[in-house]
Design a protein around this ligand. Structure first.
Ligand SMILES: [Zn+2]
Ligand SMILES: [Zn+2]
Length: 375
C-alpha cells in the first residue's frame, strides 16, 4: 500500500537506523496518517536506553501530527485530507475501564501496546518482509503511521504541524494535569518540579486555570528563565537553594495547594511530598525505571494529602486536542517556545543525543522536510 522512510530501533543502546518500511493494508477502523511532524519525547529515549522494555525492531515516536491519507472500513468522523494529532492512548470504548470512564486503562490498549501491536493485537508495519513493532500505537518517527481511529484526532488546519504534534504528548500531559487532573482552583498556589516540556506546560496550564502563585523548581537557570516566560511567578531549585523553605515562604508557611512533579527522579518525587500543604494535591507525572524503589518520609504523606499518578494529564483527546489547538491559535497557549530544534527524520539521532545531554526542550523531526510541504 505504502513504502516509506522510517527510523528503526533494532537493539537497546544502538542508534536508530533509517530504512524503508511498509504498510500493506488497513484493517477496519484504521487510519493511515502521512506524518508531517513528530516530537522527540523522553519516553522514546527510555526505550532506546532500555529502562522501558519494548519488543524490537520498532519504530518509535508517539507525538505525531499529519494528514489523513486513507481510511479503513467503518471509520466515522474523519475524512481524507483532515489534519490530525495522534493520541498515544487510543481506546476501544467498551471494555471494563472504558465503561468506567478510565480510557487510559483501556484493556485492549494495555494488553497489546506493550507487545508493540495495535489494539487488535497485530502489527501493520514491516521492513524487508519482517514485521516491525508499533510504539504506543503511534510510531510517528516515520513518513507514515497507521493508528486506530480513536488515536487520530482532527484539529484545525490553521495550526502548523510542528506545533500541533506537541499537543499529542507533552502539552496534553502538562496542561491537562493543571486543568483536568487537579483541576487547579482560581487563586490557588502551584509548585511545579522540573521544567522540561511537561513541567513548562503544567505551568502554563496552571495559568490557564487561574492559579494565584506559580512556583517553578528546576536546577538549570535557563529552564527557570523559560519557566517565567510560561507564567511562573517565582523560581527556585539551584543547588544552593532550600526549595522547601522557598515554597513555604511563598505560601503562608503551609506549602503549595498543588504540586506537579515533572522531573522524573526519586528526589523530585520526595520533594513533592514535602512541599505540598496538608490537604493539598500532589500529582506525579515523571517516571523512573519501573523496577526502581522510591522512598518517602512517612510524615510527609500525612495530613490528608491527596496523591495522584497521571500519565497523560487526564487526556480525553477528542475533547482536549482541538481545545488546545484553539488555545494556541487564540494566543493563550505557548507552543512556539517549546521547539528548540527542527530536524529532518534522517538526523533523528542528533535529537536524542541532545536530549541525553539535557539540552533544549523539544526537538521536532519533519519526515517530509523543513517546509513540511506535500511532495
Ligand atoms: Zn511522550
Ligand atoms: Zn477500552
Amino acid at each position: 500500500m505504502v513504502e516509506f522512510d522510517a527510523a528503526i530501533l533494532h537493539k537497546v543502546g544502538q542508534p536508530l537506523e533509517m530504512a524503508r518500511a511498509r504498510i500493506d493494508h488497513l484493517e477496519a477502523g484504521d487510519v493511515l496518517v502521512r506524518i508531517m511532524a513528530s516530537g522527540l519525547c523522553h519516553t522514546d529515549l527510555e526505550v532506546i536506553e532500555g529502562s522501558l522494555p519494548y519488543p524490537m525492531p520498532i519504530i518509535l515516536g508517539h507525538e505525531g501530527a499529519g494528514v489523513v491519507e486513507a481510511l479503513g472500513a467503518g471509520v466515522e468522523g474523519l475524512k481524507i485530507g483532515d489534519h490530525v494529532v495522534c493520541s498515544w492512548n487510543p481506546h476501544c470504548g467498551h471494555c471494563f475501564y472504558c465503561e468506567r470512564d478510565q480510557p487510559i486503562l483501556c484493556e485492549p490498549f494495555t494488553r497489546h501496546q506493550p507487545r508493540g501491536h495495535l489494539l487488535d493485537g497485530r502489527s501493520r508495519l514491516s521492513c524487508a518482509a519482517a514485521p516491525l513493532h508499533h510504539f504506543s500505537v503511534v510510531s510517528s518517527h516515520a513518513q507514515y503511521a497507521v493508528v486506530p481511529h480513536s488515536g487520530a484526532i482532527r484539529v484545525p488546519r490553521e495550526i502548523p504541524f510542528d506545533r500541533a504534534c506537541l499537543i499529542g504528548c507533552g502539552v496534553m500531559t502538562g496542561v491537562g494535569v493543571a486543568t483536568r487532573v487537579a483541576p487547579v482552583q482560581p487563586g490557588a498556589s502551584v509548585a511545579v518540579i522540573g521544567c522540561g516540556a511537561v513541567g513548562l506546560n503544567a505551568i502554563q496550564g496552571a495559568g490557564l486555570a487561574g492559579a494565584g502563585t506559580i512556583i517553578a523548581i528546576d536546577r538549570a537557570k535557563g529552564r527557570q528563565d523559560l519557566a517565567r516566560t510560561f507564567g511562573a511567578d517565582l523560581t527556585t531549585g539551584a543547588p544552593a537553594d532550600d526549595v522547601a523553605a522557598v515554597v513555604k515562604e511563598a505560601t503562608g508557611g503551609r506549602g503549595a495547594d498543588y504540586v506537579f512533579e515533572a522531573a522524573g527522579n526519586a528526589q523530585g518525587f520526595r520533594l513533592g511530598s514535602e512541599i505540598v500543604r496538608p490537604g493539598g494535591h500532589l500529582v506525579f507525572l515523571g517516571k523512573v525505571n519501573i523496577a526502581q524503589d522510591v522512598s518517602f518520609r512517612w510524615g510527609a504523606l500525612m495530613g490528608e494529602k491527596k496523591i495522584t499518578r497521571s500519565s497523560y494529564g487526564g487526556a480525553r483527546p477528542q475533547r482536549d486536542f482541538p481545545w488546545l489547538a484553539r488555545c494556541y491559535l487564540e494566543g493563550k497557549l505557548k507552543l512556539d517556545e517549546l521547539i528548540t530544534a527542527r530536524l529532518p527524520l534522517a538526523r533523528i539521532n542528533e535529537g536524542f543525543a541532545a536530549m541525553r545531554r539535557g539540552e533544549g526542550i523539544r526537538t521536532v523531526v519533519l519526515p517530509w522536510g523543513e517546509q513540511g510541504e506535500l511532495a
